[in-house]
Design a protein around this ligand. Structure first.
Ligand SMILES: Nc1ncnc2c1ncn2[C@@H]1O[C@H](COP(=O)(O)OP(=O)(O)OP(=O)(O)O)[C@@H](O)[C@H]1O
Ligand SMILES: [Mg+2]
Length: 320
C-alpha cells in the first residue's frame, strides 16, 4: 500500500530523509520511531504529497506521489503533528467542510459525519465549537476528520502526544479496530514505546533520515541478542569484571545504573554476582521496545561522542 524507493529529502545541506526504502502492506499498522529531527514528519509529508522529494519516489495506494498527487491525496487521511482543525467551527462543521473539500456529496456527508463522530466518541459534543474542547477531544476531532472521506491509508503523526493515559488508550483501540475492521493501512509516528508496542504490526526506527532497524516488536526485541536484562546500581567496571562470561551479551551504563544484557538470567545470576561482587538494587526484566530504541539510536551515536557510550557503540556495531 505504501512503497518508497530511495526516498530522499534535503533542506539545503541537511539530508532530512536519506534514501529510504520501505514497504507497508495493506491493512498493516506501521510505526515509525526515531528521535526528534530523525525525519519522520518529513517522510509523511512526502508521502502525502505536501513536500516534493529531492530524490527517489514513493507510491501510496499504487499512485506515484510525484506524478499522481491528487489521487494520492484522495486515498489518504492525515492527522498532523501540530493541530490543524478550525477552532471557530464545531466538529460537525469541520467534518462537513472537509467532506465538501474532498468532493463528497451531501448524502454521503450526512451519513458519514455521525459515523466518524461515533468512532471517536464525540457524537454528543458534535455541535460545540472546537475551541471549547479539551486537548484530547480536539485530537479525536482531528482523527475523525482524517477518517471522514474513508481513506485507504491513514497517516498519524504523533496522534496521542500530550493526551492523558485514558484518552490515549481509547484512541489506540479506535485505531486498531478501525484498521483491522476496515483494512485501513496506518502509518503512525510516536515517541511512546507502549503505543508502538500496542498498535504496530511492524516498526521501523529511523535516525538521521536512515532506516536503522525494521521488524515486528518481537523481532526487534530479539535483535538485542539477550532474553533478559539485569538493571543494577554499580560504579564498578562491569565490562571488565564480566569479561569471558558468554551469557553476558552487552552492557550499557547510564550514570550509576548499569544495564546488563544476559541470556537466561535465572540460571546465570549467581555466577554474575560472584564475578561482579555486589550489585545494588537488582531488577531482572525482559527487554522492552525502549531498550531497542536506545540500543539503535543510543546517545553516543546522537552526540558523536565517545563519552559514556563505548559499550553502546560496540553493541551497535555488533548488531548492524
Ligand atoms: N521546512 C524545513 N526546512 C528546513 N529544515 C527542515 C524543514 N522541515 C524539517 N526540517 C529539518 O529536517 C529534519 C527532520 O525533521 P522532521 O520534522 O522530519 O523530524 P521528526 O522526526 O518528525 O522529529 P520530531 O520527533 O521532533 O517531530 C530536522 O533536522 C528538521 O529541522
Ligand atoms: Mg515530527
Amino acid at each position: 500500500m505504501i512503497k518508497t524507493f530511495k526516498l530522499t529529502k534535503k533542506f539545503g545541506e541537511l539530508t532530512a530523509v536519506d534514501a529510504l526504502d520501505l514497504e507497508i502492506k495493506e491493512g498493516e499498522i506501521f510505526a515509525l520511531l526515531g528521535p526528534n529531527g530523525a525525519g519522520k514528519t518529513t517522510t509523511i509529508s512526502m508521502l502525502c504529497g505536501l513536500l516534493e522529494p529531492t530524490n527517489g519516489t514513493a507510491t501510496v495506494n499504487e499512485f506515484d506521489v510525484k506524478k499522481q498527487a491528487l489521487e494520492v491525496r484522495q486515498s489518504i487521511g492525515i492527522v498532523f503533528q501540530s493541530p490543524s482543525i478550525d477552532d471557530l467551527l464545531t466538529a460537525r462543521e469541520n467534518l462537513e467542510l472537509h467532506g465538501i473539500l474532498y468532493g463528497m456529496n451531501k448524502a454521503d456527508r450526512t451519513k458519514r459525519i455521525p459515523e466518524v463522530l461515533e468512532i471517536v466518541g464525540l457524537l454528543d459534543r458534535a455541535d460545540g465549537q472546537i475551541k471549547t474542547y479539551s486537548g484530547g477531544m480536539r485530537k479525536r476531532a482531528e482523527i475523525a476528520r482524517g477518517l471522514m472521506h474513508m481513506p485507504k491509508v491513514l497517516f498519524l503523526d504523533e496522534p496521542t502526544t500530550g493526551l492523558d493515559p485514558q484518552t490515549r488508550t481509547h484512541i489506540w483501540s479506535y485505531i486498531r479496530d478501525l484498521s483491522k475492521k476496515n483494512h485501513i493501512t496506518v502509518l503512525l509516528t510516536t515517541h511512546y514505546m507502549e503505543e508502538a508496542e500496542y498498535l504496530a504490526d511492524r516498526i521501523g526506527i529511523i535516525d538521521h533520515g536512515k532506516l536503522i532497524a525494521l521488524g515486528t516488536p518481537y523481532d526487534l526485541k530479539q535483535s538485542l541478542g539477550a532474553n533478559d536484562i539485569i538493571v543494577a546500581k554499580s560504579d564498578k567496571d562491569i565490562a571488565k569484571l564480566t569479561k569471558g562470561l558468554k551469557f553476558v551479551k552487552g552492557i550499557e551504563r547510564d550514570g550509576e545504573l548499569v544495564k546488563i544484557k544476559v541470556e537466561n538470567a535465572g540460571k546465570n545470576l549467581c555466577q554474575l554476582l560472584v564475578k561482579t561482587g555486589e550489585l545494588g538494587e537488582i531488577e531482572v526484566r525482559k527487554p522492552t521496545l525502549n531498550d531497542v530504541f536506545i540500543h539503535y539510536t543510543g546517545k553516543d551515536i546522537r552526540e558523536d561522542s565517545a563519552e559514556g557510550g563505548i559499550f553502546e557503540r560496540s553493541m551497535n556495531s555488533n548488531n548492524r
